[in-house]
Design a protein around this ligand. Structure first.
Ligand SMILES: Nc1ncnc2c1ncn2[C@@H]1O[C@H](COP(=O)(O)OP(=O)(O)OP(=O)(O)O)[C@@H](O)[C@H]1O
Length: 242
């Protein structure tokens, strides 16, 4: 499993007049930890994930993912599913896979998320919930050391979102890996995380961390809601960060 060390000195988009998006942002993720990142819209959460994924190298600072000299496998579930419309679901997933990936592993993931029947259709035939599940298969299929998830369940109806969250936890427990999950939904964060990390904007910085000390087995709706209410009472300023 993989530890992640983040120490970004500065990330300023070219031509950005409003100052840096990230400045002196430090965060450590323990190996196998599930961390939810919560922060206001536009504060720089996607920017941070893009840097971790290696999609944005225009920053100063240091990122370490896993042991020195190793090349980490990174799974990324984007805000929208980003499936190519001219390829079937299976072909979309194949594009992301490293050579030598066991097809039985991918078929197992399709089965876990309930998409076995939809593997060979084109994305236009999928509902949003199905597209989001396909994006999960793509991210998990690379056997990630680090999994990045950027508000992956927005605009799903609550029962579907709950079901997909349960799938994520089931897949994560099947093969534990380090996760950084972005959300604006505190209930979702409490349901999923080992630890919550709160970011404030301008430039983005960590303003608080809370360990979710609820047993995974007992994390039902009642326990999650009680924990969330406790957070609001203990830290009323949280509302401004959602
Ligand atoms: N390619 C870009 N060029 C210039 N500015 C950008 C670019 N991408 C993002 N920004 C700016 O950087 C800031 C952070 O954006 P980012 O998408 O990282 O925020 P976020 O916290 O993920 O927002 P949300 O929660 O709404 O998804 C915003 O002010 C945004 O306008």
């Amino acid at each position: 499993m993989t530890e992640v060390h983040i120490a970004i000195r500065d990330k300023t988009y070219r031509g950005q007049s409003s100052g840096p998006t990230l400045r002196d942002l430090r965060l450590e993720l323990a190996s196998g930890e599930f961390v939810c990142l919560v922060g206001p819209s536009g504060c720089g959460k996607t920017t941070l994930l893009n840097i971790l994924a290696g999609l944005d190298r225009d920053y100063s600072g240091e990122i370490r993912i896993g042991a020195a000299g190793t090349v980490p496998r990174i799974g990324y579930v984007f805000q929208n599913p980003r499936l190519l419309p001219w390829r079937t679901v299976r072909e979309n997933i194949a594009l992301a896979l490293p050579a030598g990936t066991d097809p039985a592993h991918v078929d197992h993931l399709f089965e876990v998320v309930g998409l076995t029947e939809a593997r060979d259709v084109y994305p236009e035939r999928l509902s949003l919930g199905m597209s989001r599940r396909a994006a999960l298969v793509r991210a998990f299929a690379v056997n990630p050391d680090l999994l990045l998830m950027d508000e992956p369940f927005v605009s799903l109806d609550p029962p579907t979102a709950r079901r997909v969250r349960e799938l994520v936890i089931a897949l994560w427990r099947e093969r534990p890996h380090t996760v950084l999950f972005v959300t604006h939904d505190l209930r979702e964060a409490v349901e999923l995380a080992d630890r919550l990390v709160f970011l404030a904007a301008g430039p983005a910085r960590v303003v608080g961390e809370v360990r979710v000390d609820l047993a995974r087995e007992g994390r039902d709706e009642g326990a999650v809601e009680a924990f969330r209410r406790g957070l609001y009472e203990a830290y009323p300023g949280i509302r401004a960060l959602l």
